[in-house]
Design a binder for this molecule. Sequence first.
Ligand SMILES: [Zn+2]
Length: 395
Amino acid sequence: MQDISRGSALGTSGASELFQLLRDGQPHTRAELAKLTGLARSTIALRVDELMRLRLITPVDDAVSTGGRPSSQFALNPTARVVVAADFGASHATIAITDLTGANLIKHREPLNIGDGPDVVLGWLVETTHDLLAQINRDATELVAIGMGLPGPVQHGTGQPINPPIMPGWDRFDVPGWVQQHLAVPVLVDNDVNIMALGERAFAWPDTEHLIFVKVATGIGSGVISGALLQRGAQGVAGDIGHVQIPRGAGIPCHCGNRGCLEALASGPAIARQLRAEGIDAQTGQDVVELVKRGNVDAIQAVRQAGRDIGEVLTACVSLINPSVIAIGGGMAQAGEHLIAGVREVVYSRAMPLATEHLAIVQSAAAENAGVIGASMLAIHHALSPESIASMASA
Ligand SMILES: [Zn+2]
């Protein structure tokens, strides 16, 4: 008995290691797995059985075998478990339940004011999670992680928002701790632009190692992926480009207390304010987008100039990070090519030629889904990590 349990414990961590080879979803035979790992066929067989018991892998149809032989190939079983992905903006929330590849099983979006505070917002998250799970006939025990993005700086590691300007009541609030009182799974919290960068990469640029995602909306921020890793910096504020000062902004006050910030000049509300000064009725960034879509020349020129302003700051980012993709998202990206054209105009003319030789500056392809896709990636990455699989196997 003791020998068996010891053997099982050894097999458990080994099963987790083997699972990392099967995570990509590609089918493998036991023989291939033995060759890849250098382990004996008998050891591979034990570990495959362990992963099958956990339903993490599943037999897949064998293309060459036809005569009713059992399949000899195995791959990730995407439906074995589910994760919750939540994207909170200032005034709306999107929540999805996805499988282990990030495919949406169900998605829900509704207006929600982040300023109502953590009890209200996180209470809604828990309640909506239960509702959605019930709608797709899945049980809370099948949930393995929750990923979420919040519209403010988040301390990586603790998941606590730090002095978030538009989130009263959230400063240093223990978000994971609160949620875990109701849903006992790991809770990964990050800044909304960071998860958008993860989502954009997963959706449109999976093989790109160096990508900057820029959100242009009520505020301006960016998420930086360098060397295929999201860069959060020492305090989790890497990529916070909205408060870089630019010459054209001289004297314009910003809500952060400084003057001349990029955000005070090129965000949606800032462009609307400039248009109002010219006698055009625009209250919000969305109004500006509508004007642009209707072909209003003043609005088009203002948006293109905002693109140039953003391009000034991004030129410095290009020198620092040398990305191969800059994806522009957020509500103002709906103004289409006019914003992007302004960004390109400055970056392509001002950055060093080698840095822009293969640099694509494009509109976000994941668009309004970038956040929820990224939150799902955050949750899945944690749920399928060697540590998580090992603890699942030993449970
Ligand atoms: Zn500022």
